[in-house]
Design a protein around this ligand. Structure first.
Ligand SMILES: [Zn+2]
Length: 252
């Protein structure tokens, strides 16, 4: 426990598939906390678990416990009021990806999005705590996916890119959702992104209210979230196409 310690919790939203029933987007939400904000975040997660009546025997999730507007608004309000945490988002719009790219290769797709997310979080940690920060990265465990290949890929890519401060990393792991309360927050933050960029329901609406409620927590949102706080792929300007995007006159 030290002032320069950062814990990163990463969860995915959408799936990596390319079939007709697959999600239109695949992305990851990363929540960065230090010791102070981790304690506040755990209180917020427990508040929401209580509000939503989640039994102690299971984890809270966007999919199961935040199905309606009322609960989603509550989740964004409670999490959005946690001070001193940072959010990084990365997501890919599948219809914009070339066929034959990583879109058609679920494992490569996961690895690539995970790496881009990892880059963003290490830069965010250095920006926050300086070059001597110590970072513990905790990815959400994914069923039927060999995390060792992802860990190898990420480590190799980061080592080959001098811009990425991978020396901050103290041990990258994949953890099950019931290990840390903070992972449940990452799942809900992923839901806020999903609601904003993934048209759904009978009328294909998106709902940006939840994402905008936590916008101030996204890295660099005081200036512009693109690309360090919110990266759309394959082109980081794609997110600007959303009518709700709040950066007026954005040129990024
Ligand atoms: Zn902008």
């Amino acid at each position: 426990m030290a002032i320069s310690d950062v814990y990163t919790y990463i969860d995915e939203t959408g799936d990596r598939g390319s079939g007709p029933t697959s999600s239109p987007v695949f992305g990851m939400a990363a929540v960065l906390v230090d010791d102070g904000s981790a304690a506040a975040l755990r209180l917020a997660v427990n508040q929401l678990r209580h509000d939503f009546g989640v039994p102690g025997t299971r984890v809270m999730s966007w999919k199961t416990d935040a199905k309606n507007h009322d609960r989603r608004k509550r989740a964004a309000e409670v999490l959005g009021d946690v001070p001193g945490l940072r959010i990084c988002y990365v997501y890919a719009i599948k219809s914009e990806l070339h066929l034959g790219s990583y879109r058609g290769h679920p494992e490569r797709f996961y690895n690539y999005v995970a790496y881009k997310t990892y880059e963003s979080t290490l830069w965010a940690a250095r920006n926050w705590k300086g070059g001597r920060a110590r970072v513990w990265t905790r990815f959400g465990h994914v069923r039927r996916h060999d995390h060792r290949t992802t860990a190898g890929y990420i480590t190799t890519e980061a080592a080959g890119d001098g811009r990425v401060p991978d020396h901050l990393e103290q041990g990258m792991r994949w953890v099950s959702a019931d290990r840390y309360l903070e992972s449940q927050a990452a799942d809900l933050y992923g839901g806020f992104l999903k609601a904003a960029v993934w048209p759904s329901g009978q009328f294909g609406y998106t709902e940006p209210a939840y994402l905008l409620r936590v916008w101030h927590q996204i890295r660099n949102s005081g200036d512009c979230v693109i690309p360090l706080g919110l990266m759309s792929m394959p082109d980081s300007s794609l997110v600007r196409r959303n009518a709700w995007f709040p950066c007026a006159g954005c040129t990024r």
